[in-house]
Design a binder for this molecule. Sequence first.
Ligand SMILES: NC(=O)c1ccc[n+]([C@@H]2O[C@H](COP(=O)([O-])OP(=O)(O)OC[C@H]3O[C@@H](n4cnc5c(N)ncnc54)[C@H](OP(=O)(O)O)[C@@H]3O)[C@@H](O)[C@H]2O)c1
Length: 303
Amino acid sequence: MIAQRQDTENPLGPEQVWLLLLELRHAVRTLSMVPGGFGWGLDAGQPAILSAADPAAWVTARADGSWTARVPMSETGAELLDLYLSVALACRSRPLTVAHLGQSLDGRIAATNGASRHINGPENLTHLHRMRALCDAIIVGASTVECDDPQLTTRRVTGPHPVRVVLDPRRRLAARYGLFQDRTAPILLVCDAALADRPGPGHAEVIGVPCTDRGLHLPEIVRRLHERGLCGIFIEGGGLTVSAFLQAALLDRLQIAVAPLIIGSGRPGITLPVIEDLSQGLRPHHRRYAMGEDVLFDCRLHP
Ligand SMILES: NC(=O)c1ccc[n+]([C@@H]2O[C@H](COP(=O)([O-])OP(=O)(O)OC[C@H]3O[C@@H](n4cnc5c(N)ncnc54)[C@H](OP(=O)(O)O)[C@@H]3O)[C@@H](O)[C@H]2O)c1
């Protein structure tokens, strides 16, 4: 339910904007609305998705993630729309793949022993849960499950849980991990097609894809997820997995949350092949968002 707005004097706050984003996500995915433009406002006194041309719309949103408010909007509400609107609008005709890494000032995503829990602050954790709620599928690499055994649910925010996807090409992960035992949301295990005939681990459904000496065929993984209607894909780590998707040019956006912390050693964030000259480095268009003590760089890799 969208909280009903009592007046048009007070600016729309982040809670209302979050509910708007969830409502848009739902409309795009379940009502097969063509994402050319939406409005959100009151219809016969009830909060509803409206046509962009409807004068009752408080906020209108376009498919490219841009938006206009016809009523006062709080600064935090506006930031939420800027950061999340295009994620909420992911659909078959406009799929979106976003990756995120939280790292120290010196580019580490974990200590050498794999500990990574307190690199970023609580605001960034809430951001991760928002991204999970707006996306359809969340991908992690086998080493992240091994080190963190994450739940990959949306406990900190209102919103649906994503389908959880683990890349474990060699099937080295045992069924004992909590992720494979938990039925909160579906879980898919992606492995080398040659190993896909064995069921499990735990409740995981196994998907086999071709594997070469460069690893799993990532475009095929994305294709198989889209085929299931999972068109908003969030890659939450670790560094090897995010780097592989970046190198394969499969990311629309890369989000890096930098924490004011120096670890000095440990597991790296992005690692790509060696370049000869800095002009060959990537300088993506980006926006910065303050998240508590952290700074999130939201980089657009494709327009
Ligand atoms: N700070 C953060 O944002 C963050 C987020 C997540 C995780 N972490 C931390 O990061 C560490 C794990 O990250 P990581 O970079 O070492 O590993 P990772 O990305 O979690 O997992 C890498 C493994 O996943 C499989 N994999 C991933 N992409 C593949 C591909 N394209 N083809 C085939 N296999 C693929 C491979 O398994 P095989 O080894 O079996 O081949 C690979 O070694 C942990 O310490 C975790 O706590 C931090």
